[in-house]
Design a protein around this ligand. Structure first.
Ligand code: S3P
Length: 161
């Protein structure tokens, strides 16, 4: 196996599942957002505010293009699969897993989050619309879809592994 990419909407559990999966499969784990924050020495809201969303999207693509570790798990940001080039890179360099959560579950997890600019600037309805719009791109990017509703973290990880 090469890279394993976790894709899905904000709050679907990519980071939590990625970390556990990494432990379970003994593969190194990378959180793409954290890698970008570390490299840029800025938080994501700061990058959005100072340079704009488009710049952040470019940083995501640069990360995917240049990341060389071959045997690892990567949790991607919720917007990564929107870009066809990103989808192509992920599909060509690894296995793509889509964590398919329901909007009510996602909303519970993200609505108070100050660290997600997309949440900060959107109403609940706008986020729900974005959720359904993005779902088709996650599906397009993915090799395997994992429904997370009514499953514990442990069950999801065991099922995925
Ligand atoms: C984003 C999701 C975030 C982060 C940024 C933009 C998005 O990642 O990359 O705030 O556009 O959905 P998570 O999916 O890990 O929250």
């Amino acid at each position: 196996m090469r890279k394993v990419y976790l894709v899905g909407f904000m709050g679907c559990g990519k980071s939590a599942i990625g970390r556990r999966l990494s432990y379970y499969l003994k593969m190194p784990y990378y959180d793409m957002d954290q890698e970008i924050v570390r490299r840029e020495k800025m938080t994501i809201p700061e990058i959005f505010e100072k340079y704009g969303e488009e710049h952040f999207r470019q940083l995501e693509t640069d990360f995917l293009r240049n990341f060389r570790d071959e045997f690892c798990i990567i949790s991607t940001g919720g917007g990564v699969a929107m870009n066809p080039q990103n989808r192509r890179i992920m599909r060509q360099t690894g296995l793509v897993l889509f964590l398919d959560a329901t909007f009510p579950d996602i909303w519970k997890r993200i609505h108070k989050d100050k660290n997600r600019p997309i949440v900060q600037r959107s109403t609940k309805q706008e986020l729900e619309d974005l959720f359904y719009k993005r779902r088709k791109f996650y599906r397009e990017a993915t090799h395997i879809t994992i429904r997370t509703e009514n499953r514990s973290l442990k069950q999801i990880v065991e099922y995925t592994a």
